[in-house]
Design a protein around this ligand. Sequence first.
Ligand SMILES: NC(=O)c1ccc[n+]([C@@H]2O[C@H](COP(=O)([O-])OP(=O)(O)OC[C@H]3O[C@@H](n4cnc5c(N)ncnc54)[C@H](OP(=O)(O)O)[C@@H]3O)[C@@H](O)[C@H]2O)c1
Length: 436
Amino acid sequence: MTTINVGLLGLGTVGSGVAKIMIEEADLLSQKLGHNLRLAKVCVRNLSSRRNFSPPTEILTTEPGEVVGQPDIPVVVELMGGLEPARTLVLQALSAGQHVVTANKALLAVHGREIFQKAAETGREIKFEAAVAGAIPVIRILKEGLTANRIQSVFGILNGTTNHILTRMTKDAMTFQAALAEAQQSGYAEADPTNDVEGFDAAHKLVLLTALSYGVLPQVSDFHVEGVTRLEPEDFTAAAEFGYVIKLLAVSTLDQADGRLEIRLHPTMLPAKSLMAGVNGVMNAVMIRGHASGDIFLSGAGAGMMPTASAVMGDIIETSRDLRAGSAPQVPALGWKNLQSWSVKPQQEIRLSYFLRFTVIDKPGVLSAISGILGRHDISIAQAIQKSFEPARGGVTLIILTHKAREMDLQAALAEAEKLDALTAPTRLIRVENQI
Ligand SMILES: NC(=O)c1ccc[n+]([C@@H]2O[C@H](COP(=O)([O-])OP(=O)(O)OC[C@H]3O[C@@H](n4cnc5c(N)ncnc54)[C@H](OP(=O)(O)O)[C@@H]3O)[C@@H](O)[C@H]2O)c1
């Protein structure tokens, strides 16, 4: 039986899972594939680190050159994380004629253009199923099952840490700080959670989903990214009263009218009855709207040793099958060679409905002053609720749900409203998504 050698760069959370499957499931994989997959070499930083799974010590090395550039290792799996040396090693592997599998969304979101072009030039694969939504095979579905579709929209809950925090805030009325501390204690959030809670991790995944859906590789700086750190328990209570749930939603959608892309990642109110609203805890979900397929909804584990390893193994297996069959790499066929240059609509021009939470002094005329300002800026009110006096906030809460309006107009109205003496605290704004 043919044997295909695989080299790993990294043996941390994900690398250990991949090594465990490759070694413990070797016989099953051989039966299913009709060829052997052999873990030939594993590069780590420190040979004596504690690991979730330890392969035979003779295949461990601290020298990346024992994996990258080795003619007898046709498949290199990059699971180190970070930008360097991952970027250099991936480029070297492609140049040396090796196929690459990676789970590194940050690397592809930042250096994707260079890496995909190198793959196209050298005719080698760069596969990255595990980089978006962990175990969910969303990239394969976009690349294969939905190829015949013009993708109209992609929506995603792409970060398990923040979804876990928002779930606790929704169901148990916790503050953000308390929910974060609990997530850190349970191992669902890192000691430095910035990348997750400020939205950067999900934004990197949104870049990749956009690239696969529209052939455009945006930069994170091209679109609005807002994390979950400023959400308060009152937002969740009010959302429930209006029939909504708050999620950190990634959106990439093609505006049919002007042909521009609308890409954004921010806390979003979703109808409580929607499938996305029911995605709780560390789960991820992606909804794809194709012109022919209609809506496809996928949900599953977004991270973790074995779920992520499952996605990486899918890529290794597909690459090994292509190697045996001698078929052409799939990524260049997606248009990576000539990435399209559709423009991304500035957030200021996007039209959405908004949830606004004002804290105001309790006296007549305040509601009409605020609604007057909104009206002058072309923003019409769909619903308004005024709460009773809250001593802790030094005022009453006034909640307004708007019809669709331009973000530019809304920001101008809020800036004008902030000048009113009647406002006793900064106004909270959460965007609303009803098309899901
Ligand atoms: N963790 C998840 O659930 C998850 C989910 C989806 C995607 N990912 C992505 O998967 C990748 C790996 O994540 P992870 O959580 O498995 O990371 P990790 O636990 O920190 O493991 C990183 C591994 O890379 C090795 N390494 C780092 N720098 C190295 C260097 N310069 N030379 C040699 N080896 C080096 C480390 O060696 P030592 O062990 O010797 O320190 C370690 O084995 C990242 O890109 C991440 O974004 C992770």
